[in-house]
Design a protein around this ligand. Sequence first.
Ligand code: ADP
Ligand code: ZN
Length: 292
Amino acid sequence: MSGKMVAAVESGGTKMVAALSRGPGEIIAHEKIPTTTPKETIYRLVEFFDREQSVHGKAEALAIGTFGPADLEVGSATYGFITSTPKPDWSQTDLLGPLREAFGGIPVVFETDVNAALFGEATWGAAKGFKHSAYFTVGTGIGGSLIVDGSLVHGSGHPEMGHMRVTKHPNDNFGGVCSFHGDCLEGLASGPAIEKRWGKKAEELPADHPAWVLEAYYLAQACVNVLTITPVEKIILGGGVMHQEQLLAMVRQEVIRLVNGYLKLQDAGELVVLPQLGDHAGILGCVALGQI
Ligand code: ADP
Ligand code: ZN
């Protein structure tokens, strides 16, 4: 049975993915729009949805999953805004308002991109049927999301697990790339951190490069830290860096080593997984959110 038709927007720092969809396998229309100035980008989104709705009918809900930080608190004066991003032109930008206006009164959902991705995985993918789950996207930055007791965790802010503190590897002298914290998780383990530490793009490093030992060391700490806070049953690792096929097994092994028998750890192979919806987790997550 088909769900509601949702106008879904996965809002990223380099591109927007827009879709009219009722769920996996029912993407009715789909477009990628480069993220330029807010005005131009929003104009192109509205243009896409106007055109497609005139062919396929009206969307019943609008759902946005955005890069952050963003104000997700319904009722806040800046609800629907991108807040303090260093991304040029986008700081303190109302993303939801103009889109909501263009859709004229249909229900709206505004979430982070990682929250949307986890929600998509919890609805149709790797975290389906589990009450507690987490998602890390390891790409240009590191974003994190948590579902506890079936609900996404957020308030005026949202989890910022990408900026958690981690212990430096004894062989790592790199200071980190986070402009706020230097050597937080994102500072040490994002794609740009790998590139700056080794002087080569992450995708160009061979599978047996020492970079991956460090990467597994940091990502496993992130997994274990989440496990010690809430008993997640699934930790999903997505994003460009996880396209390294050898990395997942290395992270699982390191998780077992770090836990060291303390937590009643289920099989690490069951616990730490890749997204089942692959690169569609974010946009499908928006569709799932719009259908609630
Ligand atoms: P974004 O975070 O911008 O949405 P991605 O999730 O694709 O996009 O992340 C981009 C980062 O992932 C870049 O730093 C890039 O070097 C890294 N990356 C992309 N593909 C690979 C790969 N196959 N192996 C390792 N790193 C990769
Ligand atoms: Zn940081």
